[in-house]
Design a protein around this ligand. Structure first.
Ligand code: SF4
Length: 407
């Protein structure tokens, strides 16, 4: 029979720590949040603005596309502009097809980046493949940069896949098609890592990822990778999708893996709504790590869902307002009040669960469900501290939360 302890988070898998421009990924370091821009990197203004927004939202690493000469030439300018803004967020260059050429032709780009991402599935073909892969690894060694070997099932190494399928056929199909695909993804990452080490890249310069878009495949692939290597792992569901589907799929897969101690850095790849906020993926990544108890980024506002007992919307409005206030003030509070991230605020709709939940928070309020009763008890540090009365209950509680944080 299983015990409750079986469901506790497993100890973090031991991985080799990698220094990415001063941010440690793997080893004993906390799981790092990263994201990626969707601007044309050659557009320096737009890319600087988006990297800055992602970094300010909490992205500790930001990846940018480096797909042609113009974007490679823009990288050092972007780095410089960010530094002028006082932002030292490490930039990761995302290379496909011609990374070897871009890194050779643009040494300032090679220097300005904190890490190179290579996709073994499209680094080159047939006899050119190993040479082009080697050229990127040699650049990484020359510039003392780490590399992420990022396999993606949408651009899987077709030669390797064909070989694995032929091998499976020769053995009488011991593996299903899905198992062959999973094994190919894992092999692609491991073979490339081995090759990079043979060329001379140190183990503490290699991060692996193996992204797929199906939740069960993702969990299986990363569990296999984790069991067969000690390289730091970058987790992410590729093409997670739009809106709540992307969030749910990412949270389910990454949550299960991290509960098993697997994963050293995460990216939540959400498809933004047209004109939508790119920083949303950073917020989701932080919230995932925070709700699972792995990291703390921002005070939690616990609010009940409301039910037939609530005939007013006061508590929903107040919960939203408090959360917005906290997000707006966090950059300042983080500097001024160390530990503020761990704060819990409760905004509850009525007396059924209100007092209990509020006592579990640092500061909480149990609003009258009808919104008409002019009294709401406030709990501070687990004890009833006062009752707010009158018509400005929401405003008064907001002021109390601010006072509590400042004190
Ligand atoms: Fe409903 Fe009250 Fe529970 Fe909120 S605390 S969900 S209003 S019973």
């Amino acid at each position: 029979m299983s015990s409750a302890f079986d469901f506790e988070p497993q100890p973090r898998r031991a991985s080799v720590a990698v220094d990415v421009g001063g941010v440690i990924v793997g080893g004993a370091a906390p799981v790092v949040v990263q994201s990626m821009t969707n601007t044309d990197t050659a557009d320096v203004d737009a890319t600087v603005a988006q990297v800055a927004a992602l970094n300010r939202a909490g992205s500790e690493l930001v990846r940018i596309t480096v797909d042609r000469d113009e974007s490679a030439a823009a990288v050092p300018k972007i780095r410089e502009r960010l530094e002028r803004l006082g932002l030292d967020v490490p930039l990761i260059g995302d290379f496909h097809y011609i990374g070897h050429k871009l890194l050779a032709d643009h040494p300032a780009c090679a220097e300005a980046l904190a890490k190179y991402r290579i996709n073994p599935g499209n680094v080159g073909f047939r006899d050119k493949k190993d040479k082009q892969f080697a050229a990127i690894i040699e650049r990484a060694i020359e510039f003392n940069k780490p590399v992420r070997i990022g396999v993606n099932w949408g651009s899987l190494d077709q030669e390797l896949l064909t070989r694995m399928m032929d091998d499976n056929q020769a053995k009488g199909f011991p593996l299903t098609a899905s198992q062959v695909m999973r094994e190919t993804i894992v092999q692609s990452a491991l073979i490339s890592a081995e090759l990079a080490e043979e060329i001379g890249l140190a183990r503490n310069r290699i991060i692996l990822s193996a992204k797929v878009s199906n939740v069960q495949d993702l969990i299986a692939v990363y569990a296999m990778l984790a069991a067969r290597s000690d390289h730091a792992l970058h987790l992410g569901l590729t093409e997670a999708g739009m809106g709540s589907k992307g969030i749910v799929a990412s949270a389910a897969s990454l949550g299960i893996l991290m509960q098993q101690g697997i994963g050293d850095t995460i990216r939540i790849s959400l498809t933004p709504e047209p004109g939508g906020d790119r920083s949303r993926e950073v917020q989701v990544a932080q919230e995932l790590l925070q709700v699972m108890g792995f990291r703390q980024f921002i005070p939690v506002v616990a609010a009940c869902p409301g039910c037939g007992r609530t005939t007013s919307t006061v508590f929903q409005e107040l919960a939203r307002k408090i959360e917005d206030d906290i997000r707006r003030n966090m950059p300042v509070w983080r500097e001024k009040y160390p530990g503020v991230e761990g704060l819990k605020v409760a905004v509850m709709g009525c007396i059924v669960n209100g007092p209990g939940e509020s006592k579990h928070a640092d500061i909480g309020i149990s609003l009258p469900g009808t919104g008409e009763l002019p009294a709401a008890p406030v709990y501070i540090d687990g004890k009833k501290a006062m009752t707010i009365r009158g018509t400005n209950i929401a405003g008064d509680f907001e002021a109390l939360v601010n006072d509590y944080i400042e004190k």
